[in-house]
Design a binder for this molecule. Structure first.
Ligand SMILES: Cc1ncc(COP(=O)(O)O)c(C=O)c1O
Length: 370
């Protein structure tokens, strides 16, 4: 009988040091793996919100178009206000938001320009679309303009897609310049602010960080699974964009809506983010981490975000295991999540960390950079 040759492929991954496996999360560990930047996933008010939402039941029991809204529209109104756009639409994950938005909007006869280091969900959204896709060099306006000049003629629509804050590097897309290029070349910017929301611009994200006003040719995507501490994704933009997505975006239409308790929980997260104190606290922690990591030679430049790539190359996984034995969880990241040769430990800090935590991590990591 025919058998897929999976064992051989798995063996190949093992030999190439690319084998992935799941581990249990330990309780008494210093955790630098989480994207819960504001520690909202366990915040008492958020937990109360979740309990309030339970009166609607555990699950949404169907897609919004077939089973209707429960508390989803309240969240969408609040997200639109927060991002200062006409409307918002919530999806079940950030991943399905990128997939659903990009594949619905970008069609045959369109061109997508995508940053080389964009998140996998953007890459997959581009693949699902029927548009032509060109990759520009990471954060390079020169590369973006060169491609537009050389290959940007004759298309119906042009989209420039970028992470706001890059998930594996923690750097920020030059959004102000990207917007200028978009205006010049009559194109639309799609910015995935998964790691910028709650972190930059007083919590409002990368647009606010650059003092950019939302406009008709900017589509903002976000996730409720990182700084919000919950689950879900959203897109914000003009009225007809949201109506169009409700009518055509397959990952929105053909998937069960977010569980109502999650919606109520992230509504509380949103209130807490809007107060601004948690984002200010996070910025203080980033300053403290910058100081400590720099003093140990782990970073060359200060970060503006809570993501620190400590590039260690081939020894990355071994060093991550060593940290784990010392009760520190800082995950090793390998190809294809990052380019070959740039394997790294992705250190992600949050408002719960203390300066001594950064010291403890740095002391252990410094052994390997000697
Ligand atoms: C930049 C970026 N976009 C989208 C996603 C997907 O979001 P979610 O985890 O909510 O599916 C992630 C998460 O890994 C991300 O880093």
């Amino acid at each position: 009988m025919f058998r897929l040759r999976l064992k051989e492929e798995l063996e190949f991954l093992r030999r190439s040091n690319l084998y992935r496996y799941l581990r249990n999360r330990e309780e008494d560990i210093l955790d630098f793996s989480s994207n819960d930047y504001l520690c909202l996933s366990k915040h008492p008010e958020v937990i109360e919100g979740v309990k309030e939402g339970l009166r609607y039941g555990l699950g949404a029991t169907g897609s919004r178009l077939t089973s209707g809204n429960i508390n989803h529209e309240v969240l969408e109104e609040r997200l639109a206000e927060f991002k200062e756009t006409e409307r918002a639409l919530v999806y079940t994950t950030g991943y399905s938001t990128n997939l659903g938005v990009i594949s619905a909007l970008c069609k045959q006869g369109d061109l997508i320009l995508s940053d080389r280091l964009n998140h996998a969900s953007i890459i997959d959204g581009c693949r699902l679309s029927r548009a032509d896709v060109e990759i520009y060099d990471h954060c390079s306006i020169e590369s973006l303009v060169n491609i537009l000049e050389e290959k940007g003629k004759g298309y119906n629509n042009i989209f420039i897609v970028t992470d706001g804050v890059f998930s594996m590097d923690g750097d920020i897309a030059p959004l102000k310049d990207i917007k200028k290029v978009a205006d010049e070349y009559n194109s639309v910017v799609i910015v995935d602010d998964a790691h910028g929301t709650g972190v930059l611009g007083g919590g409002k994200g990368t647009l606010k960080h650059f003092n950019l006003k939302p406009s008709d040719n900017i589509i903002q995507i976000g996730t409720l699974s990182k700084a919000f501490g919950g689950l879900g994704g959203f897109v914000c933009g003009i009225e007809e964009l949201i109506e169009y997505l409700i009518n055509t975006s397959r990952s929105f239409i053909y998937s069960t809506a977010l569980p109502p308790p999650v919606v109520s929980g992230v509504l509380k997260s949103l209130e807490l983010i809007e107060e601004g104190g948690l984002t200010r606290k996070l910025q203080g922690k980033i300053r403290s981490a910058n100081k400590v990591f720099r003093s140990y030679g782990l970073i060359e430049r200060d970060s503006l975000t809570p993501i620190y790539p400590i590039i260690l190359g081939e020894r990355t996984m071994e060093i991550s295991e060593y940290l784990l034995k010392n009760k520190i969880f800082a995950p090793g990241i390998r190809y294809p999540s990052v380019p070959r040769g740039l394997e790294r430990i992705r250190v992600s800090i949050n408002v719960g960390h203390k300066e001594e935590d950064f010291e403890r991590l740095s002391r252990l990591l410094a052994i390997f950079s000697l």
